[in-house]
Design a protein around this ligand. Structure first.
Ligand SMILES: C[S@@+](CC[C@H](N)C(=O)[O-])C[C@H]1O[C@@H](n2cnc3c(N)ncnc32)[C@H](O)[C@@H]1O
Length: 374
């Protein structure tokens, strides 16, 4: 038989195999080796210029440390909510920005007065942020951070520097976010990061959202922060599915944005959410629910085992039931990082692309994940 005919027959046979069967089995991926995280130092250590300084939610230092170690960034545990790591080269050398970091910047100087801090900041347009690590002890020094910020702003104005008024304007114009982390009383770690590349535009990554008086749960603040971070939101007429929706904070917030919401939870919705005209409640488990048509957005805040949730979301991706994904994944277990690694692969295996993962400010023992299907 001629070579050309053989090839044609091979192609014809392949065509007859169902796409589901033709899909290569997912590679068996094992998370990287676990990393031994050192004990918390008795006093907070000061990072060296040239290091990156990262801050995380207090209590999640081990997760951030291990993540940086997996990325070969030689982490150093400095103190509660603070980790230093090897310098960045290039714009975004980590495989992805670390999930457990709220904010990170390149350290340039260690200073002991606001005047020295002002001298160490860029002369180019810079939105200066002075913040304390988010711990009970450091939060008691928030007043000192405000005083430094006021003095630095006055010095920069006197020097005739015109800085963007807000971090959002700094991001639009490509300006710097000047960073001063008050690591101890009277000690500032000074550095910078391009606003466009920053993990967060809020000082210290604390993106506080306002709780609407009508919202039946604090969960709506998580959704507001997640959509801000994702940078896209459902709009008028979009069809959203909200898995694990009771009592209805996310559902209400989505309906208020003009979207139609199919709200799925065996538990009850708050009566005022249930009567919203754009909301339809499916009183059933998310594992049983099948959408009647393709939807625009899949939201998920189910309080359930992360790997089973990820497999369900992967199935939604594989069946192309939804185009965009915003999910809050609960991580109550000790081994959070290996679980998160498997969650990520279950979602990728389902065809979700451009996955982003972050423990946002309003996230507790959980992380927010976004992705898109097409
Ligand atoms: C954190 S609450 C969701 C809060 C909600 N996003 C809001 O804004 O009000 C978690 C929800 O997951 C729901 N849940 C747990 N297992 C579920 C399942 N198999 N299917 C659907 N919902 C489930 C629980 O009933 C609970 O209402």
């Amino acid at each position: 038989m001629k070579k050309g005919n053989q090839r044609e027959r091979k192609e014809r046979n392949a065509w007859h195999v169902s796409p589901e069967l033709r899909r290569a089995p997912p590679p068996k991926l094992e998370p990287p080796k676990r990393v031994k995280v050192p004990a918390m130092p008795p006093v907070t250590l000061v990072p060296e210029p040239g290091h990156w300084l990262w801050t995380c939610r207090a209590g999640f230092e081990a997760q951030l440390y291990e993540e940086l170690a997996w990325g070969k960034k030689n982490p150093i545990l400095l103190g509660p909510s603070l980790i230093a790591s090897a310098p960045f080269t290039g714009e975004n050398p980590l495989p992805r920005p670390p999930t457990f970091a709220r904010m990170g910047f390149l350290v340039t100087d260690i200073v002991r007065s606001p005047a020295d801090a002002a001298g160490a900041l860029p002369d180019e347009p810079t939105k200066v942020q002075v913040w304390v690590p988010d711990t009970d002890v450091a939060n008691a020094r928030a007043g000192e951070a405000t005083a430094w910020a006021d003095t630095i702003a006055a010095i920069r104005a006197e020097e005739g520097l015109t800085d963007p008024e807000t971090p959002w304007k700094a991001s639009e114009s490509g300006a710097w976010l000047g960073q001063i982390c008050m690591i101890g009383p009277g000690v500032g770690v000074v550095g910078r990061v391009r606003a466009r590349e920053a993990l967060s535009l809020s000082a210290g990554g604390r993106a506080r959202m306002k709780r609407s008086s009508e919202s039946p749960s604090r969960a709506a603040m998580k959704l507001d922060e997640a959509l801000d971070w994702y940078g896209v939101s459902p709009g008028k007429g979009d069809l959203c599915v909200d898995l694990g929706s009771a009592p209805g904070g996310w559902t209400r917030a989505l309906a208020e944005r003009g979207a139609r919401v199919w709200s799925v939870d065996p538990a009850n919705l708050a009566p005022d959410v249930l009567k919203l005209p754009k909301v339809k409640h499916f009183h059933e488990s998310a594992f049983e629910f099948v959408p009647e048509e393709q939807v625009d957005w899949l939201f998920c805040d189910m309080a359930w085992r992360p790997l089973e949730v990820a497999q369900l979301l992967g199935k939604w991706g594989r069946k192309a039931h939804a185009s965009q994904l915003v999910a809050n994944i609960k991580l109550p277990m000790k081994d959070k990082l290996p679980t998160l690694f498997r969650v990520k692969h279950a979602l990728e295996d389902g065809g979700w692309k451009e996955l982003k993962m972050r423990q946002l400010y309003h996230d507790r023992d959980e992380v927010t994940v976004t992705g898109r299907r097409f």
